[in-house]
Write a protein of this length. Sequence first.
Lengths: 317, 492
Amino acid sequence: MSRLRIPLLALGLCVALAAASSAQGKYPKNVVMLVTHSSPGGGSDVFLRELSPYLARLMGVNLVIDNMQGGSGARAMAAVAKAKPDGGSFYATTPTFIYTSLLSRPAASYKDLEPLVNMFFDPEVLYTAADSRFKTLKDVLDAARQGKGKWGAANPASLERQVMERLKQKAGVTPVIATFEGGGDMLINVLNHTLDMGVGELQEISAQLDARKLRLLGVVGEARLPQFPDVRTVKEQGIDLSVRKFRGLAGPKGTSREVIAAWEAAVPKLLADPKYKALYTKNGLQPGFIPHAEYVKFMSEFGSQTEAFLKESGVIR
Amino acid sequence: MFSTLFELLFTTPIVPAAFGGVAWGILGGALPGISPSITMALLLPFTYGMDPTPALVMLASTYVGAEYGGSIPAILIRTPGTNAAAATVVDGYAMKLQGKAGEALGISLYSGFIGGLFGLIVLVLLTERLSSVALAFTPAAYAALGVLGLSIIASLSRESLVKGLMAGVLGLMISTIGTDPVTGLNRFTFDSPELLSGIPPILVMVGLYAISELFVQSGEPGWEHVPREKARIKFPNPAMWKRLAIPQLIGSVIGTIEGVMPGGGGTVSSFLAYNEARRWSKHKEEFGHGSPEGVAAPEAANNTVACTALIPMLSLGIPSSNSSAVLLGGFLIHGLVPGPLLFVQHSEVINGLYTGLFTANVAMVIVGYLMMTPCLWLVSRPKPFLMAFIYALVASGVYAIENSLFHVGVALGFGVLGYAMRYFKMPFLPMVLGVVLGFMVESNYRRALVLSGGDRMTFLQDRISAGLLIVAVIFLTGSLVRHAMDHRHARS
């Protein structure tokens, strides 16, 4: 009995010491819930689960991922908005939560949450089939100028649709824009040449890119992608358009300064962790830390831009 | 080829899923009133948390198991556990009266195994080549495919075309709830975020098939009490194998044809198989008085159907029977849309399903032998206890999908609707077809028009679309002619 007790005690001490040494910032909670609307194995869920071991070590807390599906994020938003603002629960944000807030009347909208910090951007890219007659974005736009363009966006009310509508406006062309039930659905129509061009997240099309069935036409962001240094941004190609599909966290209103400071300190370290960096680069994520004060502004701008777009296209009044 | 099969069998939980599904299916099939589609609908919500391949293998295996399970009470207490086992009652029960219950059950199990393997081979051969055409499916072709699927409604509603159409339109109406596929406008969502993505077909299926059946069952008296007796399965000897070969072949061929045909299903095929087996038998006089052939033919037929009914569902996304509609629901909750594309995008799921179905047919023989006693015990429980248990199972299963009480409410609502539909003798499958195919037809029709700039000729210019539409027209005219002839017959 006692023989067993000593190693156990030693082990306990070690754990306590390790926890004490890593928790320099004295984060107020031991357990932090990260709530996502995505189902186990879905986009945001995988993102959180891959991130949590690295982040937990940095912050000296236990991270629990809670899947609250349903209502396109409405349930998860309501739960976090109602939670105590003690740094114990956060919602994993993506543009979905803005869209859900604007499209329906959820119990809590994005305005009832406090944006915390941003971590990543999902790069949005324009692409066509590798054996398509279009070689560059200019080819696609020229064809559209003659009134024969067919472009695709994954979902009717989505950031991708917004990209295509804005591109159409800025380039002054009039293609038709068909929408689908998700990226995979649209991808097929790009591959069989029904569509001239599609738009989507890099990770959605990575399998087809690896198989050399697709050609990238441009990056709809501020900078080129490290994996594809030859692919120019849309801006470089003369069209002033750039979107940022964000991935970050938001908490209940009234989250304290200390808590925010702890996250602002931890996230840049997390993004610099070489092992984690290799992992997220492989998944096509771009690091994009935005500190709290800026993130609040970013989110409200993103919200009002999206609202303007939805009103313009007649989706909401 | 063999190494991948080997890998599939031993590195993924396909084998336990197949055995579990078969066991569940035999139990459900053995309970009178609980049909294969209900047994599957009960299991459906619980497959949500599993990986897609084992989840689908489990559901498909349930179908296989239920088709055998139905013959147990048919032989022992003269009450078919499933509709498809009704043809087995005649000679199966007669054999039991002659003290040959064990032989009858053995023949049923063995014939089901043969029929199932036959059906599986046909399934693999017929669906395998689809991946080559999948990429050629444009939005116009998908719209036409959906129209073909909806045209089945005409042949499903043989009793009353009007009622079938009413159920179909009801389904189409439900499919319009949610986000508009082209503009992104919200339709009939009443600002509720829960309705943004529409009503999941799985809730419609669980409500219509399982919950409404429970409502009906709770208003009916319990089934006949089974006397406690020992029925040990006796497998047939080689001499009997020879005699059963012909009726099994008849059953398998008829099962193949009926499985692929919309609205055919296990029940029609087992009666047809019984009749044909009698016509071609050397011992016609034994039929009706305990002929082993009279058990073999229908049981081979309904187990063949359990595989071949998947052909139109997998390859075209059109469920031709209630059970394959529920299996389709299993695909949908994992975000897999059956149809030509499935073979390209998720060939691993298809291969897993084939492997699982083979395992299920083997499992049926083993589990069927072992499950005899628990089945008999279960059937002799008081019915109210069983039904209460099943109610709880359904409610918790639906809740577990998204931890949502809203879903439980929706499913119960469809249960009430289903009860009303049973009362008015409205068929369920047209409604399910409407729910499942409505969105596909609408979104692809409008998408095709967006792409063609509003030119409707696009549906005829696309070769696949034109072909599918022609088949739909032929199909519709055929069913209408048959309806008219049935009417004239009825009058004269």
